[in-house]
Design a protein around this ligand. Sequence first.
Ligand SMILES: [Zn+2]
Length: 672
Amino acid sequence: MVGCAPKQEEPVTQDQPKEEFKYLVDEFADLRIMRYQIPDWNQLSMQQKSYIYYLGEAAKCGRDILFDQNFKYNLKIRKTLEAVLNSYQGDRENEEFQNFVVYAKRVFFSNGIHHHYAEDKFFPEISETYFAELVKGSDANLLPLNEGETVDDFIAFLTPVVFDKELYKMRRSSEEDIIAHSAVNFYEGDINKAEVEDYYNKVREPNDATPISYGLNSKLVKKDGKIYEDVYKADGLYGEAITAIIGWLKKANEVAENESQRAYTQKLIDYYTTGDLKTWDEYNIAWVQDSVSHIDYVNGFIEDYNDPMGMKATWEAIVDYKDLEATVRSNTISENAQWFEDNSPVDPRFKKEECKGVSAKSIIVTTLGGDCFPSPPIGINLPNADWIRKDYGSKSVTITNLMEAYDKAADECPRSALKEFAYSQEEVDLCKKYGSDADVVHTNLHECLGHGSGKLLPGTQPGALKEFSSTLEEARADLFGLYYLADPKMVELGVMPDAEAYKAEYCSYIRNGMMSQLARVELGKDVTESHMQNRKLISEWCYEKGKDANVIEKKVENGKTYFIVNDFEALRGLFGELLAEIQRIKSEGDYAAGKAIVEKYAVKVDQDLHKEVKERYNALGLKPYGGFINPEIVPVMENGQVVDYRVDYPSDFLQQHLKYGKEYSFLPANNN
Ligand SMILES: [Zn+2]
């Protein structure tokens, strides 16, 4: 569901003036914690607010499911951390306790003991002895002990799970056997990859044009030599949490905005009740066709990234409503799709005669849950089933209030990557003035038009570019956006504020592609992720091709390297040229040329520059990964009646998770 977007208790009431709202509220390990705002809350009707409230409660009820899916002992560990945080009687001021708190926050952030992004196990910076002391000094009634288990037995069991470097090393492993080496909890018992493949090959219906998403909502279990699916449903696995979700969805349906919402939410309830994947498809078909409702949500087992086999989905949820102003902008872009196609710099043979823009909307999220919390995507494109996308379309959304929060939080941070890597104050000012707007428009162009533009020549196989296809496809969409960002048409359509604004995106794109994104790559490693490869490919290609004319200039001052865009018009020309070439590669299925261009520009890193970037980035103490605290939507009571819903903005990350642990925990942790 991650879109292709280029990128990551003192209640404060909503009436507080915007200037005082603090976005960046906590930093620890490699993480930064932000808050996001829900703008125009009071312009919603009471019915809409109730609908959002009920959906928001449903979005919080599956939190335990994700912890358990990520690793079988995550709930046990989380409940132990909660017990310590809620009841430990000893000193809380010393450094070791603070280190314990950091570990707890990391577990809350990652929904488990493996890094949310790198997927490797991380460790508390405390001793095993101190850990035992903490557990013993806490209320034993709060610990997830098994029947008859003593606290000492429990500590002996849990200590290696938390501390042993070799045990449960990776959440998802690419080592053979990928099932046996992965700690993720989608498979149980002594089961291997071949057995999993064999099981699904047998149940799969061949030549089905509308296949269900096999294995999506179940754990595959091998017990006494038998292999079967333990299905996630109301009276099955995770039933207690699923029942709670259903309860809130039913309440939501009483105040839904329209019949269409009511109908698909009922489908979702049926699916959660039975676990039937045909019903899940029916739900998606109805959901994707609703483009008129103001309020929308995602709630279910959606993305399969965490499964080494790419079948089983983690639970996630968001609740949102349309950002009307920003949606007007993406609609404008979509409506002019044909003009953009006709005027693009690619060979006419590769252009679409009839071009339909993807209708995309911009949304404001009100609650994040499951795998979208605390670290959400900023763009979403669903549903995932290919045949539903083909026959019924997909919903592509950009989350504007989260993008805003990322920008504002970066502004609040005294250490700035922009200031460090931009060459001049002029460039910093330009990026501050236009950066957010230009970035959103680039994302819109990429999503609404870029991916949909162009066509294959007759006879070209869609999969012809093989392992280079996703990098080249992202590059094509990015280039389409970069090229048009500078077009006078954008100002004419009212999509860009003026003729200077695109320059901010050009500067930051080159800076990022040539340099700053390397901060996320380990020293000595190649660039492997396709979005990062695409940015590197585009930047390096343009740098080389524009070298004689000094389009992009490399400067080294005081041991620091900078890349400066000297000629914006010429850079636009280069983007156009590269777009034409990559479109040709795609349209003709020219595998050899695709391979050559990716391997030359997108993969290998200049070791000295890489080292320099890492050092500069680390010296700033910047945290590469961001996540959020949810606002709290609170019923306002008068004489026993709910008369309104208020939005509070808590600022304590730990407190929110302890509260969720108390109020939204439904699954037992002591049954394994
Ligand atoms: Zn993309």
